[in-house]
Write a protein that binds this ligand. Sequence first.
Ligand SMILES: Nc1nc2c(c(=O)[nH]1)N[C@H]1C(S)=C(S)[C@@H](COP(=O)(O)OP(=O)(O)OC[C@H]3O[C@@H](n4cnc5c(N)ncnc54)[C@H](O)[C@@H]3O)O[C@H]1N2
Ligand code: MOO
Length: 420
Amino acid sequence: MITVEQHLAHVLGALAPLPARTVPLADAYGCVLAEDVVARLAVPPFDNSAMDGYAVRSDDVAAASAEQPVRLRVVGDVPAGSTARPVVEPGAAVRIMTGAPVPPGADAVVPVEDTDQPPGPGAGKALPAVVLIARGPAAGRHVRHAQEDVAPGDLVLAGGTVLGARHLSAAASVGYGSLRVRPRPRVGVLATGAELVAPGEPLRHGQIPDSNSTLMHGLVQESGVEAVDLGAVDDTPDALRRVLDQALGRVDAIVTSGGVSAGAYDVIKEVLEPLGAVRFVKVAMQPGKPQGFGLLEAPGAAPAVPLFALPGNPVSVFVSFHVLVRPALAKIRGGGSAVPLRDAVAAVGWTSPPGRQQYVPVVLDAEPDASGRVRVRPATSGGSGSHLVASLALADALAVVEPQTDRVDAGDAVRVMMIS
Ligand SMILES: Nc1nc2c(c(=O)[nH]1)N[C@H]1C(S)=C(S)[C@@H](COP(=O)(O)OP(=O)(O)OC[C@H]3O[C@@H](n4cnc5c(N)ncnc54)[C@H](O)[C@@H]3O)O[C@H]1N2
Ligand code: MOO
């Protein structure tokens, strides 16, 4: 048996990030940024108004009040998007809308509500010749200054950022229409097993619903990459070869479930072991002991495709995915966060198989312990039983118990991998 760390190091050592390419912003969502984004434009790009109203010289209106409004000549109109630059001389005002450039001479904006003019379109649309100012703003009031947020040359996004909506809008605002990114890997998911029936279909004796396809599909999506459903195959080698041949060249990685232990019909092992490319190992973890990993040759000049052969038990799939596949996908993707580990305390005791790192689906108690640590307890009385697929839905986290520990007692410190 090899340790989890040894197997993970072997997996990560075999992988490289997908090559970067330049894509329009609209296609960059969920990709990992492959360059630093340095502002090409300032934000805001020019001094502009924060209010619909009148751009004024603050000195002109310092004494304005409702009882004694100050009268100004309206010498221009600057809607947002306008290129007009009417000058505000002493005694003058320019009508201005939110976001429009503050005209030369003006140093403050009076909201329309502080004037004698009607707000809004309709009656408010016609440009008056004169405006009465009922309250004088201080210099700079309601003016948003150029570069207040970002100046040209500022670092806005660091390479390695996983691009979400706010990152893309930041890039747009500083002058980018496209970005250099690593594309989201496409990950094929394939279940194997003669007993599998599509979810919702009637079962004959000995058959079970294929829940792993759905599980793997969702886990791939939760990792921020694209899932490609390769379906389910029975335990016949030809069926598996056909699906793999079709998938190679179409996907950047493949995750399979089942067929990797000691069974006479373990089809993944039967097909892939003789090729030599996939290494089958026993990893000192529970669940998830039997694992396969290797690189499959793709047709033509396409790069080799990593294949993760996970054991068929559903909780084994779940644990193996979080412990091994997720970090591997982050490497292929060129970034992405590791699943966070948190210090917790066991609310009850349980046993752990000696010599294997145990991953127990746990729920978090609502109340922390006296020192503020979160308290956890196994999600089911079955502990880390790898077949307890329905109860897996209850879990908030996976408690990680080191191989040298064979029992956890109530009050013991444990680390938990936050999964939801
Ligand atoms: N003689 C030995 N037997 C087993 C060993 C061993 O070392 N020696 N290891 C056990 C461990 S640990 C695990 S884990 C499993 C792994 O087995 P396989 O990867 O070969 O998986 P299968 O035999 O195909 O299935 C195991 C289990 O999971 C159910 N399953 C499979 N696919 C799905 C699916 N898509 N959806 C829902 N459930 C699925 C399947 O029906 C089995 O119950 O081997 C142990 N045996
Ligand atoms: O290691 Mo198996 O994955 O116990 O169930």
